[in-house]
Write a protein that binds this ligand. Structure first.
Ligand code: ADP
Ligand code: MG
Length: 246
């Protein structure tokens, strides 16, 4: 479903310095696979998710979504852009960067209205009930707690009935109970899900497969998630586990 070939990307810093973010990344993700994207801070996880969402064009390499190359021309194709924006959705790490509508209702309905989807009201009510936020539909979203905002954002994405859900550190704003609820919910969700996290405790229940980025922005490991999490040496080498040597 998703294929990256030799994807590299870097940023230019404020002093014009070269900041590498991803180096020669190759990966393949199948339909309905649940993948955990691991890597220490700054390894390139968020950049990879943004590339997968078509928000950043990589400097080098190719991205294929359902066998179609996702380049500038593809995203300028209106028909394809509409399909891609509906099928591949991205939950940003900080819900505040996604929220800008006057009410929770408008926030959830925003994408549906943009993409001119039918039955907006029915979908907004369905997903707000599912996330127990129906009581806030007329409330300005900024009044909600971090966890509730996260639920609003997730409802706004899932009401598009996407096929691929990209999650960037989804538990960063959540208390343990809401985190537990989210993990259970995601496990049951029949979508392709790619979750970026540096939280090893969380990772175990978020998928079967893992992609691990090294601190040098290269693919360090691809394969079985549990096998990776049980391999202490690999965890240390990927800078995901710290060992006190005294
Ligand atoms: N917009 C940006 N401008 C400059 N540097 C950036 C930008 N976004 C990310 N970076 C840099 O790219 C590298 C990878 O960042 P990121 O993808 O955010 O890593 P992660 O999500 O794994 O913490 C880091 O060195 C980060 O500082
Ligand atoms: Mg990040």
């Amino acid at each position: 479903m998703i294929k990256l070939q030799n994807i590299s990307h870097s940023f230019t810093g404020s002093q014009n310095e070269h900041i590498p973010a991803l180096k020669k990344i190759n990966l393949e993700i199948k339909e309905k696979e649940k993948v955990v994207l691991l890597g220490t801070n700054g390894s390139g996880k968020s950049t990879l998710l943004k590339i997968l969402n078509g928000l950043i064009y990589p400097e080098d390499g190719k991205y294929f979504y359902k066998s179609r190359e996702l380049n500038r021309a593809a995203l300028k194709d209106r028909e394809f852009n509409k399909i891609f924006r509906k099928e591949v959705v991205f939950l940003f790490q900080h819900p505040d960067t996604m929220i800008f509508n006057p009410t929770v209702y408008d926030e959830i309905a925003f994408g549906l209205r943009q993409l001119k989807v039918n039955d907006v009201d029915e979908k907004v009510r369905h997903w707000s009930e599912k996330f127990s936020i129906a009581k806030y539909l007329n409330t300005p979203p900024f009044r909600l707690s971090g966890g509730e905002k996260q639920k609003v954002c997730l409802a706004a994405l899932l009401c598009l009935e996407p096929e691929v859900l990209l999650l960037d550190e989804p538990s960063a704003n959540l208390d343990p109970r809401t985190t537990g609820w989210l993990i259970d919910f995601l496990q049951e969700l029949p979508l392709t899900i790619i979750t970026a996290t540096h939280n090893l405790h969380l990772a175990r229940d978020l998928g079967e497969k893992t992609l691990v980025l090294s601190e040098h922005h290269e693919m360090f490991y691809q394969g079985d998630l549990k096998a990776f999490l049980d391999n202490k040496e690999k965890l240390i080498a990927a800078n995901l586990l710290h060992v006190n040597r005294h």
